[in-house]
Structures are given as C-alpha cells and as structure tokens.
Design a protein around this ligand. Structure first.
Ligand SMILES: [Zn+2]
Length: 84
C-alpha cells in the first residue's frame, strides 16, 4: 500500500501536533483522499509522499520545485512522482 503524506492547509489557524508538521498514512489506492486531520479535524491537503529516509532531500526538492526550479528529471510517464 502506498504511503501518503498530508499537511494542514493552514497550520497557523487550526492544527494539532500530528498535522502541523505533516503526517504520513498508509492508504489503499482506492481509498478517498483525506480532507481533514483524523485527530483534530483541521483541513489537510495531500502532498507527495516521501520515504522517511529521504526527508531532507525531499524537502529540498519540494522547496526548489515550489520556488520554480525543476530539479527532477522526468524519466518516463508516471516515474516523475516516485522520485520524491
Ligand atoms: Zn490535526
């Protein structure tokens, strides 16, 4: 089962220890996306999941991507997301 990462959409407004910094949860592909934190009910958004060991690297990629840089090479259809 894939692991998905969620983060509070507005941690400053409403969040708990679990979602303020993001959390990961295992879901079946068929499961609906979470829209609220299971603990506090704050609205959450799904972000691309990352293996626990690659967090710092992933955060770097994520920040770079958000800043408009393309640090990842698309190696094929569907392969792009797996690199996060
Ligand atoms: Zn929460």
């Amino acid at each position: 089962m894939p692991v998905y990462r969620y983060e509070a959409t507005d941690p400053a407004k409403k969040s708990c220890a679990r979602c303020a910094n993001g959390f990961e949860i295992m879901q079946k592909l068929a499961d609906a996306k979470l829209t609220a934190c299971p603990d506090c009910g704050a609205s959450v958004m799904r972000v691309i999941a990352a293996p626990a060991l690659a967090h710092s690297k992933t955060d770097l990629h994520y920040r770079a991507k958000r800043a408009g840089f393309h640090t990842l090479k698309r190696v094929g259809k569907g392969e792009y997301e797996k690199m996060y």
